[in-house]
Design a protein around this ligand. Structure first.
Ligand SMILES: [Zn+2]
Length: 329
């Protein structure tokens, strides 16, 4: 049975009517999922605690695990008039406890359907438990099926947006791929920061296809740019102590003062000793502590206080330069 049901789902008898049968079911968790011992084998339904029957709810949806949601169709239509039509085209059947009602079957798990509806209604609160990452991904991936545009649902500042970002540090590739696939640009940008330690060359084909060439290229470019950035920083040695003065009348360089040519070699050698392992092992997520711990012991080997100071200044310049290298796509 398709189509017809939802238009008159509550019929002349609103679902919020006090005489409407609702089931106070203790087996529903607040997140909309079912307890492990929930028994749906006998056609029992569970009413989502987050979407109970109300006077103005005129759309009844059921998840594949038999959790029922009472919704205001106006909320769905406000998000997308096409979405309301999409729901109405899905299979529908009679409400098991109220023959005047029609329940539309939505092919999603309860936690996923709940997230979709909460996002549409703006009911997700940051005070709620953080939704599971997989549920969030599944919910956002499902939106286009119902003619809902992820970019209009997952807007900066909304709770679902913030929850997605909260998973980026632990699930960076999944969040990046989701954001890239749906062109949620600011989320992709934020997630890319958590991918600096990810071996991008090992991204599997399936994920790469989901990410798409545009965002994949941006991610690879970010990693390449950071590697080149550190190599560039390593190239410049500390300023040496005692600058040879150019004397065009003499073939012998004139050293004004300080450690002169010998000091310059010492500084350059010390710098090269530190730069070699940094350059060899540079990663896009190289930590500034690694830079300091590599170079600072080498400064102690310099006898001249001025040369040592110059060396330390250069270390700080590198650290600051590295911090200034872009760390997002
Ligand atoms: Zn010196």
């Amino acid at each position: 049975m398709t189509g017809s049901g939802t238009e008159n789902a509550p019929g002349s008898r609103g679902v919020g009517d006090s005489s409407s049968p609702t089931i106070d079911n203790p087996s529903a968790r607040p997140d909309g999922s079912l307890n492990d011992n929930a028994d749906d084998s006998h056609g029992l339904i569970i009413i989502s605690p987050s979407f109970p029957a109300a006077d103005d709810s005129d759309l009844v949806l059921s998840s594949i695990d038999n959790v029922v949601f009472y919704v205001k169709s106006a909320i769905v239509e406000k998000a997308s008039s096409a979405a309301r039509m999409s729901f109405s085209k899905l299979a529908a059947g009679p409400h098991p406890y109220d023959k005047d009602l029609v329940v539309v079957s939505i092919p999603e798990r309860a936690p996923v359907l709940m997230l979709i509806l909460q996002a549409l209604e703006g009911k997700i609160s940051l005070e709620d438990p953080i939704p599971e990452c997989d549920d969030l991904i599944e919910a956002i991936d499902a939106l286009p099926k119902y003619d809902l545009e992820p970019r209009t649902v997952v807007r900066p500042g909304t709770a679902i947006y913030i929850y997605l970002l909260s998973h980026a540090p632990t699930r960076p590739l999944d969040i990046f791929a989701l954001a890239a696939h749906h062109k949620l640009d600011s989320i992709a940008v934020e997630a890319s920061k958590s991918l600096l330690d990810y071996p991008v060359e090992s991204i599997e084909d399936e994920i790469a296809i989901r990410i798409g060439s545009h965002y994949l290229n941006r991610l690879f470019s970010l990693h390449r740019m950071r590697l080149e950035g550190m190599s560039w920083l390593m190239l410049k040695p500390p300023m040496f102590h005692g600058v040879p003065q150019a004397n065009f009348l003499s073939r012998t360089p004139q050293v004004s003062n300080g450690c002169g040519e010998g000091g310059r070699r010492n500084l350059q050698n010390a710098w090269a000793l530190g730069a070699a392992p940094i350059a060899r092992d540079t990663r896009p997520d190289l930590n500034e502590d690694r830079v300091r711990k590599t170079f600072q012991p080498l400064a102690l080997d310099l006898d001249c206080v001025v040369c040592r100071s110059s060396f330390m200044v250069r270390i700080q310049e590198v650290v600051e330069g590295w911090a200034a290298v872009r760390d997002t796509i």
